[in-house]
Design a protein around this ligand. Sequence first.
Ligand code: GAP
Length: 453
Amino acid sequence: MSSDAVTMEKIVSLARRRGFVFPSSEIYGGLGSSYDYGHYGVLMKENVKARWLEAMVRERDDIVALDSSIILHPRVWEASGHVTGFTDPLVDCRFCKLRFRADQLGEAQCGAKPSKHPGETESCDLTEPRHFNLMFSTRIGAVEETGLDTYLRPETAQGIFVNFKNVAQIARRKPPFGIAQIGKGFRNEITPGNFIFRTLEFEMMEMEFFVPPAEAEDWYRYWIEERMQWYLRFGIRESHLRVRAHEADELSHYSSATSDIEYLFPMGWSELEGIANRGDYDLSAHTEASGTKLEWVDSEMGERYTPHVVEPAAGVNRSLLAFMVDAYDEEVVAERPRTVLRLHPEIAPVKVAVLPLIPRNAEIAGRARALYEELRRAVIAEYDDSGQIGRRYRRQDEIGTPFALTIDEQTLEDDTITIRDRDSLAQERIPISGARAVVLDKLAQDWRTPKPG
Ligand code: GAP
């Protein structure tokens, strides 16, 4: 099955059935564009973030980490241009009372006649477009009169810019260097979300790379390539990734050039990550508004300049969705349908399952439990002794567990167990004493998806 035949409904259904993602506030009827992450969703999201942090920080000498506040001083958002510029043009229909993005009417459904687009029926009565700010407002302080109005951050980037001086001085960094941050962002999105693709709150993985102005263009190209390689490294098919440069009228208020890495989602090519050349927009804006000079000064070399910024900004939730879509596969095995998530082992939420074939046999259960205890010290492992073995395999296939170990009666005779490969379904017998080493070795091997491009 190709991912082109993977529908969003199938992904939503699997995500829910296996406890990756639930609709938020469901017992109250749900809340649009909000989702909660269950056990496997949390584990998988942690893997996505860990792989990003490794690639950005652990494997490099030129990037340091930061965790800034979600609630910043309101002047940050004035200076950054978000108060005036972070808006969507919206129209309201006076007839059906729905609200639409003025620039996306062709993709929206009329509230009264869903087969038509807004504005296409006689009863449609659309207002002129109005600019609607996407930031969520909030208020600091218990007392109404002395409180301070501010916003939940719509991007983590500004927390990095306002810390530029701290990091440059204290971490003693010289451009080119970067600051990486993972954290939640909040946007009052009104366009329908396509599951977790677009939500009101989401996690971002952003890195601001500060460079000498003359090097900005080269670093922009470099980061587009680096980020493409990251998705390929963790198993996304090349045929389902592309780079698309923004047209001038699409550029954000801060950007002089942006390219999106797009993935072929079930609803079509859509943004996975944006790589922007932000120039000196942010550091200059905060210098002017705060009076604190955010520049690079090298007194020994007599050098002083405002660095330019190249920013790869990715979504954790969107990446998770792309990994799921790309991994989703269905096939028929021994005349029975099998659904499997062919996830890269480093992205898969559970790495190995331990399955006692006959759980009521105390000796088998004891050996299985001991093996599980040994494995869980090294990796996320799961012990499953409920139901028929076939069902247990299917459960692990659906959450993308790369390997399953089965302990059976033969184990009691010759101390061997079966290791089953999720993708090939090949099974081999290995000594139980070396099982941990075998699993760790297999998990560390290069992995390519068996799915056709
Ligand atoms: N600082 C740059 C910035 O915020 P962006 O393209 O608006 O850039 C970066 O956001 C990434 O965050 C996007 O590529 C996408 O993966 C993710 N993202 C943005 N809005 C989102 C939303 N409403 N829901 C889920 N992910 C979102």
